[in-house]
Write a protein that binds this ligand. Structure first.
Ligand code: MG
Length: 328
């Protein structure tokens, strides 16, 4: 069945769509009440985030917009040391969208929410004119323990920079789809609960966490160096990239450290805890390719330096221009 403007009318067609696809997959005791707002248990300190997902295509190797929106929201909560609890989602469907595709996306979203341990407690659906596309907006709430203080301002000279895996998989996947380049690359979209929990429960001195999304590793680290008023030094040949993505980048003249990811994070940790932190990330789900890639120094405020594979030093800046639109 195709979505029509009637599905956004608030009447019978809307009710059927909600009942047959959304409520059926997202069911939990809070959502099932179908109240005007969800009333849920709270915590003294909470983390709150919101994000919109406009990825094109909406289904891609390794994932889809449903998995992506849960991962993106959950990961932003995790990056402040929060335990993700609740999500809301707003669907904006274009006229002509296929209900079978919507069903697959919603099932994927529900499955990813279960994996990430969050409840979808509120939602909304609107229909607009268009060509069968779909956008999703999410909000997320997580609980933060009293003694947890993880922020972009806390990179400290002497700290070690760890990334949780290979760079560029998601970006290369979407670009491959859009350009019709045949390859075996899959998106890395994944919720990072397990590795963050491992760091927190083992009392690793984590100063900063960031998910490495749009703009890539270089943009994220440059922003952290600016916010924390320090220098970050990287070694290019220590940055993990899969052979397939390396070839893909070589073909198109792209640099892996400017490529977006959807299941990777950078952890900036105290030097004495770095080896233990690396081991914890590597032994957690989605962290097997984690690597130490650099260090924080007190040389200059806001600088990102990379020792290149051929022995030079290069200053890296925030990604300039558009990059690839609609990767998330
Ligand atoms: Mg983020």
């Amino acid at each position: 069945m195709k979505i029509t403007m009637a599905h956004g009318s608030g009447g019978r067609a809307t009710g059927e769509l909600i009942e047959q696809i959304f409520a059926k997959n997202f069911n939990n005791e809070v959502l099932d009440k179908m109240e005007d707002s969800a009333v849920v248990a709270g915590n003294k300190k909470i983390a709150v985030t919101t994000d919109s997902f406009v990825v094109d295509p909406i289904e891609f190797p390794g994932g889809d917009i449903g998995r992506l929106c849960v991962c993106g929201t959950v990961n932003d909560l995790l990056m402040r040391g929060a335990k993700p609890q609740y999500l809301t989602c707003g669907f904006i469907l274009q006229e002509g969208a296929d209900t079978e595709v919507i069903r697959r996306i919603v099932e994927s979203m529900a499955e990813t929410a279960r994996e990430a341990g969050v409840q979808i407690v509120a939602g909304d659906t609107k229909v607009v004119e268009g060509n069968g596309g779909m956008y999703i907006n999410t909000a997320g709430v997580g609980f933060v323990e009293e003694d947890v203080e993880i922020s972009a301002q806390q990179c400290t000279p002497g700290d070690v920079v760890i990334i949780s895996g290979n760079m560029g998989d998601h970006h290369a996947t979407i670009l491959g789809c859009r350009m019709g380049i045949e390859n075996t690359i899959k998106s890395d979209n994944a919720p990072l609960n397990e590795m963050v929990n491992a760091l927190l429960t083992n009392k690793i001195k984590v100063h900063t966490l960031r998910d490495i999304t749009r703009g890539g590793l270089a943009t994220v680290l440059k922003e952290l160096a600016q916010t924390s008023k320090c220098t970050i030094r990287l070694k290019e040949d220590s940055i993990p990239v899969s052979p397939q993505v390396r070839d893909f980048c070589g073909l198109l003249g792209l640099e892996p450290y400017y490529m977006g990811n959807e299941g990777k994070m950078v952890a900036i940790v105290a030097k004495e805890d770095a080896a233990k932190a690396l081991e914890l990330i590597r032994s957690s789900r989605y962290g097997q390719d984690a690597a130490i890639i650099g260090e924080v120094t007190d040389e200059e405020a806001g600088e990102l330096w990379m020792e290149t594979a051929i022995g030079g030093i290069r200053s890296l800046e925030i990604l300039q221009g558009e990059g690839l639109p609609r990767i998330c």
